[in-house]
Design a protein around this ligand. Structure first.
Ligand SMILES: [Zn+2]
Length: 273
């Protein structure tokens, strides 16, 4: 049978934060890589995931068309489907549609409201749900019930790593609270006045994101246990990074900065128990 696919996207999880975090369970999947997102904001970044494109390596001296061809061919290893060509994804360029044609069931559980089921991201999914809370990975795992005789693609967006970096459904945090902008974008130019964060507050927020990543890692065994006895390929990555004061920015979105585009990436077979 074809492999289950578990694609875990830790929203806003910055590469160096994940690299600094204690993640023994992620480490069992594969080696953590620094990669580059195609986007700096949640919605378009998730759209690209659903095109079947994972964060790239920014390779030099190669034609982009060859990079795309190789990227699409990687779904052979990930799924167990033989001989995948880029043309198998055309003209829709949809990963869930491609998988559906090969007998997959497609399930999405998303945490960030911007990815809600009224958007066009839910195309070709058999199940597409927005979680009640933005930071409830354990609750999300409870909703995952692998089907014995059908390979399934699980598209999981986790919000623990998103501002305000709270875990287990908590509403409040001790980190500085932003009014109005939801922490997605904050930038004061020179001469502007207003609330801004101190270096120690930025350090505190970065550490809070690291703790959120560690909490996500602690939940992984419970998720993996559900797939015991099946074959599954796991991908863990982020949609974009986060700025903690670099160049006068906080957050992500319409920002052109390497730390917004650099993301963690690891993939591999589900570890045996
Ligand atoms: Zn995001």
């Amino acid at each position: 049978m074809l492999k289950n696919i578990i694609l875990i996207i830790m929203d806003s999880a910055r590469y160096d934060v994940v690299a600094a975090a204690k993640t023994p369970n992620m480490d069992r999947i594969g080696t953590l890589e620094s990669r580059w997102s195609y986007n700096s904001w949640t919605f378009p970044a998730h759209h690209v995931f659903l095109m079947g494109l994972m964060p790239h390596k920014s390779p030099a001296n190669v034609h982009a068309s060859n990079v795309y061809r190789q990227e699409y061919a990687q779904w052979q290893t990930r799924t167990g489907i033989e001989k995948i060509d880029f043309s198998d994804f055309t003209p829709q360029l949809s990963l869930p549609l491609f998988l559906q044609k090969h007998g997959y069931r497609n399930e999405a559980l998303v945490s960030m409201p911007v990815l809600n089921p009224a958007t066009n991201l839910n195309q070709y999914f058999h199940r597409y749900e927005l979680m009640e809370k933005h930071n409830d990975f354990p609750g999300m795992i409870d909703l995952i019930l692998p089907i014995p005789d059908q390979p399934t693609f699980y598209f999981l967006n986790l919000g623990e790593s998103h501002y305000p970096y709270t875990i287990r459904g908590a509403e409040q945090s001790n980190i500085p609270h932003l009014h109005g902008v939801h922490g997605t974008l904050k930038h004061f130019r020179e001469g502007e006045t207003g609330e801004w964060f101190s270096d120690s507050q930025f350090a505190e927020m970065k550490l809070a994101q690291q703790r959120a990543v560690e909490e996500i890692d602690l939940c992984l065994p419970k998720l993996f246990h559900k797939f015991a006895g099946t074959s599954a390929h796991v991908i863990i990555t982020a949609d974009h990074g986060e700025l903690f004061g670099e160049a006068g920015y906080f957050g992500h979105g319409p920002i052109q900065h390497p730390k917004v585009f650099e993301v963690p990436f690891t993939e591999g077979q589900l570890p045996g128990e």
